[in-house]
Ligand binder design. Sequence first.
Ligand code: ADP
Ligand code: 5GP
Length: 185
Amino acid sequence: MAKLIIISAPSGAGKSTLIRYLLSKNLNIRFSISATSRKPRGEEKDGVEYYFLTPDQFRSQIENDEFLEYEEVYPDRFYGTLKSEVDRIIAEGSNVIFDVDCIGGLNIKEFYGDKALSIFIMPPSIEVLRERLEKRGTDSPKVIEGRLAKAEYEMSYAPQFDVTVCNDDYERAREEILKLVTDFI
Ligand code: ADP
Ligand code: 5GP
């Protein structure tokens, strides 16, 4: 039976890095590509990082009940998990990994119950998070301030997850998460 791995974290906590690591291991896990109405950034391609939709397309798919969960983060900026995406991966016989925000993560956990493992990635501190976001170099100072303000709020959701992994030392954190996921699957 397919298992679902939910990864949530404040932006910059290392979610993408840890997900890439898990996908590189032979665990038969596929990434659930979300839909969004934000514009592609940099080299992002439709159907790879996200399915890029217009706000109107997104709304019409909401009306057709095509989403397992979705959120309108601010007006016209939607993110959501398509039921068809999860069904496709499960039908392939693979396990699914989700990169979603905290609320989306908790909603997916509620839907799948014991078939899902919800993991919260915790940054060592807000200061370290700031340093990593600055070093990553993908966001303007203003965007970084916004992400940090949101991070404190998101960290308050950690106790509602099945497990929390602190991403302090990367090698240590990736081994911890690999063991958690391997044992669960
Ligand atoms: P997210 O997907 O959560 O926004 P990323 O995976 O992009 O975060 O990580 C943010 C930045 O921090 C990246 O530049 C990444 O290489 C770096 N990083 C991730 N984990 C660690 C760690 N344990 N120690 C130091 N840097 C890290
Ligand atoms: P970004 O715009 O940086 O790619 O993503 C912003 C946030 O949206 C991240 O916290 C990411 O985890 C979250 N996100 C991505 N896809 C989904 C989704 O399908 N559902 C929800 N609820 N959040 C998502």
